[in-house]
Design a protein around this ligand. Structure first.
Ligand SMILES: [Zn+2]
Ligand SMILES: [Zn+2]
Ligand SMILES: [Zn+2]
Length: 469
């Protein structure tokens, strides 16, 4: 563990319902003399452990941490639209788009259709006759919002489960290809080479993934266009020709024809992975000054949701026996099963991981990510230059908690040698071991201050990197 992960608080992880228990100590070592003093130890604490927040983004796992996660996500997205945390406020005037990208159809599913937004529900799929498997081809029910049939396939044999999980697996690659193609399209539209374009502007983004009821991932993306300043870190207004309309037109063209190839278990030609027809692109800021806030709320809203409402797929599925014990609806079960079936063929699974740009792991990606129906990407990502990071927000909270705790204890912010916290002459050396998960029986939540979880744990985000699964 590094210094930042040193558990120095004594409360039960700020109300976290599933904290990680650690036992051990941190010593402070004088860099010059080598003298060592114990700075913190869990030995004298109830149960001999300290608690770290689980930092889980899912509400079904930890209501408290998921709220913190949502707040952080909202701030990360909003900062990119309004400035702050090191970004100039002028980014609020840069061209910005809010884009929703969907998967194609892999077969009819029960869906809620209504006349206009919030309007009266219409028949799900008004169609007569039977499908090739002798089941009704239509559904005349008017499904309400919480209807458990929503997202279920009308006929499981008509639904292309293989195509659906392949699409989820390939989504990160499709998005990457889309980003690259967008850059080329903007360069072409402005009569520049990509290299020349990159000297003038930078396209940054933040995106959230949402699992739809039908088991396919949606993307909600904020795209912002910046100009290049004199230094790599400087963010300035883009050139006037880079208008929001030009960027939106380029994106629309790219979305219509970008594909990435994926190996298919039965089709020798493979599968061309592409976006669905339901694409929504709109300019941010045209609906007034609160528009950015609405977009940020919208993105953050999805991040605390589980793959299934029941939370049954919050953790990886370890085996088919484990899958059999989960209470899943037939569609969800079939999506997970399909991942396991395809993943069982090692040669095929390796080819797919290669196509999806996934590093080979101990398990094929389809099996590793069967609990998210093959999708192994991150639920929120952003480009490095978009705005502040989750890690930075966490670091700020940790420093704040430490400061308050130190003042409350009367010792001030001093290390074991009486030097100001963070003094370069002191090195912190921690020795902590995992002692379980959850609160210990003899804990009485004192409502005290507690440290944040280890950086790089669940839900951390640096640059383009992971931000919780
Ligand atoms: Zn928690
Ligand atoms: Zn229906
Ligand atoms: Zn059928």
């Amino acid at each position: 563990m590094n210094e930042n992960a040193t558990p120095d608080g004594q409360g039960v992880a700020g109300g976290c319902s599933s904290p990680i228990r650690l036992a051990g100590h941190t010593d402070h070592v004088d860099r010059e003399t080598g003298r060592t003093r114990r700075a913190y130890s869990s030995a004298g604490l109830p149960g001999g452990v300290v608690h770290l927040r689980c930092n889980n983004r899912r509400e079904s796992v930890c209501p408290t941490c998921s709220q913190t996660y949502k707040r952080d996500a909202r701030r990360v997205v909003l900062t990119g639209l309004t400035g702050g945390d090191g970004l100039p406020d002028s980014v609020g005037g840069h061209p910005a788009l809010f884009v929703t990208l969907t998967a194609p159809s892999f077969g009819p599913v029960h869906s809620r259709r209504s006349r206009g937004k919030g309007g009266e529900a219409r028949a799900c799929r008004p169609r007569r006759g039977l499908c090739p498997h002798g089941r009704p081809a239509g559904c005349h029910a008017r499904h309400g919002d919480g209807d458990r049939q929503l997202g279920q396939a009308l006929c499981a044999d008509c639904f292309d489960y293989t195509g659906a999980v392949l699409w989820n697996a390939m989504l990160p690659s499709l998005w990457k290809a889309t980003r690259d193609r967008l850059e080329s399209a903007v360069a072409a539209a402005s009569g520049r080479s990509v290299a020349a374009l990159r000297r003038e502007l930078r396209v940054t983004f933040a995106k959230a993934a949402e699992m739809q009821a039908r088991g396919l991932v949606h993307l909600h993306i904020v795209i912002r266009v910046d100009g290049r300043g004199a230094t790599p870190d400087e963010v300035v207004a883009p050139p006037a020709w880079a208008s929001v309309d030009l960027i939106a037109d380029c994106l629309r063209n790219v979305l219509g024809d970008v594909t990435v190839p994926a190996p298919h278990p039965t089709a020798p030609a493979g599968m061309a992975v592409r976006w669905g027809e339901q694409v929504d692109i709109r300019a941010i800021g045209v609906d007034g000054p609160d528009d950015g806030g609405r977009v940020a709320n919208y993105l953050a809203k999805y991040l605390t949701k589980s793959v299934t409402g029941s939370g049954q797929l919050d953790r990886p599925v370890r085996s088919l026996e484990h899958l059999a014990r989960l209470a899943l609806d037939p569609h969800a079960r079939r999506m997970v099963e399909t991942c396991w079936q395809l993943g069982a063929d090692e040669t095929y699974a390796a080819a797919l991981d290669d196509a999806a740009g996934r590093a080979p792991g101990r398990l094929p990606g389809l099996i590793r990510w069967s609990h998210s129906y093959g999708f192994g990407g991150h639920w929120i990502t952003k480009s490095r230059k978009y705005s502040t990071t989750f890690g930075a927000l966490r670091g700020a909270r940790r420093t704040f908690a430490r400061t308050v705790a130190a003042i409350a204890s009367g010792r001030g912010l001093l290390d074991a040698f009486g030097r100001p916290d963070g003094d370069p002459r002191t090195i912190a050396v921690g020795s902590w071991t995992y002692a379980g998960r959850g609160r210990t029986a003899d804990d009485h939540p004192p409502g005290g201050l507690s440290p944040e979880g280890p950086p790089g744990g669940t839900g951390s985000s640096e640059g383009d990197g992971p931000a919780g699964r």
